[in-house]
Design a binder for this molecule. Structure first.
Ligand code: ATP
Ligand code: MG
Length: 415
């Protein structure tokens, strides 16, 4: 093979896209009781009646979005067949964040390309008025889905949509709102009047167990992979991982995809001589390692700047072979690095508390030790993740503080 040639290679996939997050499967397995309840809640729609507003909740990756798309697809095609006017709008609130932006997005979705409004410049009440006008122009039932609704930082739009008819804002149209969230505290954070209108009907999605995840994966396997491309243990392993990760189908599917990609990569490089045409347990293990690294990376990126500097300080000590290290020494290094970046650094007490938090996230380890019979206690800190992953994720803070000599080789390697 010529170096760096790009040659198409189907193996091991028949349709790789079927493993990506936005793929909607034709049927859903393992969600019978949830789908039954959801279907019953939507039934009035097909008679031209207004269903209750629905609030769906459950942990990440348990099929809330997939079930919603699946049922609404069915509902709209059956409505066409029976000549019932049902319009559905599906909005993900992640990225929209405010009622104002949701309002603008809805208005624009209803309007043609030459009548779009901009994302700022109108009073909020005017945006709502435009929305009522669009809805009434069409009439019929409008099912408005607000997915990841907990990303909204105010609940005005929830109130407005769920009370539009009582408040005489719309006359001919009817609205049913479906709010979806994996934040189990979100409902309680709503004001009582919004909670009672949005949560007229609540449907809870349970987490998947390993058997249900195997069903999900088997179904996807048939669409996504070539016949015989997976060894028998691949799906049970991916399902076990998903079950361990709080019953998350997305994580199980992600792992299956990573394993497939690993097998493809190896075949491309000619390094998998034992089973060149099979995705095996080994690929699942490698894929899992990759996913775990990605998760650590995301976890570090979410830390505050000061926490990142404290972690950076520990990474430099680790690179020098000084860890586990006493918290006092760790604090000295933190202070040194922090002063390079800004005027103020936090106290040693602060750093101890932060290290306890980072230990909970699995990024560092903290051990409390006794100093001999009559001595006091002291703490030792160590890095609990690969140095290269940590350094890679800390790149912004390293730019800010400067590259410490101890990690220079890692920075050069990851750049
Ligand atoms: N019962 C199922 N059958 C087939 N595929 C499923 C099933 N449940 C979930 N999936 C798939 O798993 C992935 C995650 O599901 P989904 O996006 O519906 O989760 P969610 O509950 O909306 O999670 P989040 O709260 O993170 O948004 C999707 O790719 C979806 O197609
Ligand atoms: Mg979702």
């Amino acid at each position: 093979m010529t170096a760096y040639e790009f040659s198409p290679q189907a193996f091991p996939y028949e349709n790789r896209e079927a493993l990506l997050d936005d793929y909607t499967p034709d049927t859903l397995v393992g969600r019978d009781s949830e789908l039954e309840e959801y279907h019953a809640a939507l039934l009035p729609a097909i008679n031209g009646e207004q269903p209750d507003n629905i609030f769906l909740y459950g942990k990440a990756g348990v099929g809330k979005t997939a079930s919603t798309k699946f049922l609404l697809d069915r509902l709209t095609s059956d409505a066409d067949r029976h000549d019932v006017s049902i319009h559905t709008e599906f909005l993900n609130c992640d990225g929209l964040n405010t009622s104002y932006r949701v309002g603008v997005e809805l208005v624009n979705n209803y309007r043609s390309a030459d009548e779009q409004i901009s994302e700022s410049g109108y009073p909020r009440s005017q945006v709502y008025d435009m929305l009522w006008e669009e809805l009434d122009k069409r009439g019929g039932l409008h099912i408005i889905v607000l997915d990841e609704v907990d990303h909204l930082n105010d609940d005005s739009i929830l109130y407005q949509l769920s009370r539009a008819r009582e408040n005489d804002n719309i006359e001919t149209a009817r609205i049913a709102v479906i709010g979806i969230s994996n934040d189990l505290t979100f409902r309680d954070s709503l004001s009582p009047k919004v909670r009672s209108s949005l949560c007229e009907r609540q449907i809870s999605f349970s987490t998947y167990d390993a058997n249900e995840l195997q069903d999900v994966l088997n179904q996807r396997h048939e669409v996504a992979f070539q016949d015989g491309a997976l060894s028998d243990d691949v799906i049970p392993l991916c399902a076990a991982y998903g079950a361990q990760e709080s019953g998350d189908a997305r994580k199980a599917l992600d792992l299956l995809l990573k394993a497939g990609d690993k097998a493809r990569e190896e075949r491309e490089q000619g390094s998998n001589n034992d089973h060149p045409d099979t995705v095996t347990e080994k690929h699942v293990k490698e894929g899992r390692k990759m996913l775990e690294r990605e998760e650590v990376h995301r976890g570090i990126m979410d830390l505050s700047e000061n926490e990142q500097i404290a972690l950076y300080a520990l990474a430099t000590l680790h690179a020098e072979g000084e860890t586990p290290i006493r918290s006092r020494k760790h604090y000295e290094r933190y202070k040194l690095l922090s002063e390079r970046a800004k005027d103020d650094s936090f106290t040693s007490r602060w750093m101890r508390d932060q290290m306890d938090d980072l230990a909970m996230l699995g990024l560092v380890s903290v051990e409390k030790k006794n100093e001999g019979l009559d001595g006091g206690q002291y703490r030792e800190h160590d890095l609990a993740q690969d140095l290269s992953v940590v350094v890679d994720a800390l790149s912004d803070v390293i730019d800010l503080v400067g590259v410490h000599d101890s990690i220079r080789e890692h920075v050069d390697r990851t750049e």
